[in-house]
Design a binder for this molecule. Structure first.
Ligand SMILES: [Zn+2]
Length: 250
């Protein structure tokens, strides 16, 4: 194979790997933000559960105050009832007592209801807090993984860049310039395999004479349609291993 063509294939592999690594690195902030959003959502569930419990406790205290108020009134009325002089006064006091008792009973029922509701709300707070703790643990681990991945990607990029410098130094400068020009115009892919007479990237059929020349892999030939530099991978004629046969049948 033509030396430059062989190096261009390596260069493309390095550049595609670097582009892939850069894409993943660029995604990292979004992934981190998604983790932060998950944590914020779990915290919000805890805050909402706590707010509901506080509201329940406040309401319960109000009902307890109402109970105490009517208790006070009842003992006052009972004292007054001892001292009544007339039948009319007696009935009036009894009426007040009955009213206070009804009010107190209503408030007591409300206290009981709030207590039961409070048990459920306390359980909800505990559940939300344990969910938050589990989520926090998971997110911390995910963030560590993200940071480790970023470190690996940066190391891989440094290695790719060093390898690229080596390949570039041994390439004919005009060929490198041609490669980079095409890469800039074609989303980073400057070379394409020609197979069965077709450019495998733009899928345009090549002229037979052009394809025949590409088969030789001995010169820089561009696709008429997408301008990518073409190469050919000779078909291996060896009989496929049993494993390969079953894989390709799937
Ligand atoms: Zn093409």
């Amino acid at each position: 194979m033509n030396n430059d063509l062989e190096r261009l294939i390596v260069l493309q592999r390095l550049d595609s790997a670097a582009a892939d690594a850069n894409r993943k690195l660029a995604d990292a902030p979004d992934r981190e933000q998604a983790l932060d959003a998950r944590l914020a959502a779990a915290r919000e569930v805890v805050a909402a559960a706590k707010a509901a419990l506080t509201e329940n406790q406040n309401a319960r205290r109000e009902h307890e105050k109402t109970v105490a108020l009517h208790q006070g009134r009842l003992s006052k009325f009972r004292e007054q009832a001892m001292a009544v002089k007339t039948n009319q006064e007696y009935h009036a006091i009894q009426k007040e007592i009955a009213f206070a008792q009804t009010e107190m009973k209503g408030a007591e029922d409300a206290v009981l209801e709030k207590m039961l509701e409070g048990d459920d709300l306390t359980a909800s707070v505990k559940r939300a807090e344990s969910d938050l703790a589990a989520e926090q643990k998971k997110i911390d681990a995910d963030k560590k993984t993200l940071a480790a991945e970023a470190g690996e990607l940066k190391a891989a990029l440094a290695k790719l860049s060093a390898e690229r410098a080596g390949v570039v130094s041994s390439l004919t400068p005009q060929v490198l310039a041609q490669f980079e020009l095409i890469a800039n115009r074609r989303q980073g892919i400057a070379i394409a395999e020609a197979r069965d007479g077709i450019c495998t990237i733009c899928h345009v059929r090549l002229r037979p004479q052009v394809f025949n020349n590409i088969l030789k892999n001995d010169q820089i030939i561009q696709c008429d349609s997408c301008n990518r530099i073409m190469y050919h991978v000779p078909k291996t004629v060896a009989a496929p291993a049993p494993d390969a046969a079953t894989t390709s049948a799937q």
